[in-house]
Design a protein around this ligand. Structure first.
Ligand SMILES: Nc1ncnc2c1ncn2[C@@H]1O[C@H](COP(=O)(O)OP(=O)(O)OP(=O)(O)O)[C@@H](O)[C@H]1O
Length: 218
């Protein structure tokens, strides 16, 4: 039958894939402090092993329990300055006196390997990367179901003093106003971490099915 069809068509039936492989994605996850970015990314890495989570480079000294290349890439301040001067950082900031940044090379190398890349950025950092990459990266904003739920989570984490909590809440209120700059918003509801991760997986799957693929160039 197939041969007859080919004869009638006057050309062979094509067995090649009808669409090229999807392009590697640059995925940015952001949201207020305490919303659950780390917890969600940790779980996402378990269920989506092929997505590379970018390891930040920092000028801060290594702490005893930390592992080079897993927690951070540790460099001297001079080396960090050199990365800035060579425009080799996608984004950088000073956090408590130490520099932290996203090395472009790591993102580039993964994408050349066909791997999707995941960045965890604070809302300000995400805004910076949005300006650089525009619609060529996917920006996901995570929120809690309510301000009360967010604050309860932060209080239970017991990592912030009262004053620091006040600052984080005020910052979170401002950050929420920037939600419209993002492509997707995902509610990380209390006790629903798995659902949150699965929503992010759905976003990745949907992005892979886009007719006009995003294509970040660094
Ligand atoms: N869906 C959830 N339900 C209940 N608790 C959660 C959920 N998601 C995260 N948590 C908990 O909330 C706390 C804050 O989460 P996490 O540290 O991942 O937030 P974060 O956004 O990375 O914060 P920061 O930006 O301050 O580092 C943690 O104790 C975490 O285990």
């Amino acid at each position: 039958m197939l041969e007859e069809l080919e004869q009638a068509l006057g050309s062979p039936l094509d067995s090649q894939p009808q669409v090229p492989s999807p392009k590697p994605l640059v995925l940015v996850i952001s949201g207020p402090s305490g919303v659950g970015k780390d917890a969600v990314i940790k779980r996402l890495q378990e269920v989506r092993k092929e997505v590379h989570f970018v390891v930040t480079v920092t000028s801060r000294p290594i702490r005893p329990h930390e592992v080079e290349g897993i927690d951070y890439y540790f460099v001297s301040k001079a080396e960090f300055m050199d990365l800035i001067a060579r425009n080799e950082l996608l984004e950088h900031a000073v956090v408590y006196g130490d520099y932290k940044g996203i090395p472009k090379k790591q993102v580039r190398d993964c994408m050349l390997n066909g791997q999707d890349v995941l960045l965890r950025l604070d809302v300000q950092g995400a805004a910076t990367v949005r300006k650089l990459l525009g619609q060529d990266a996917v920006f996901i904003f995570m929120v809690a179901e309510s301000e009360m739920a967010l604050v309860k989570r932060l209080v239970e984490r017991k990592t912030e003093s009262f004053d620091k909590l006040l600052i984080r809440i005020a910052t979170a209120r401002k950050e929420l106003e920037l939600m419209s700059e993002f492509d997707y918003v995902v509610v990380n509801a209390d006790g629903q971490l798995e659902q949150t991760v699965s929503k992010i997986c759905s976003i990745i799957d949907a992005e892979k099915a886009r007719v006009h693929q995003r294509c970040a160039q660094l």
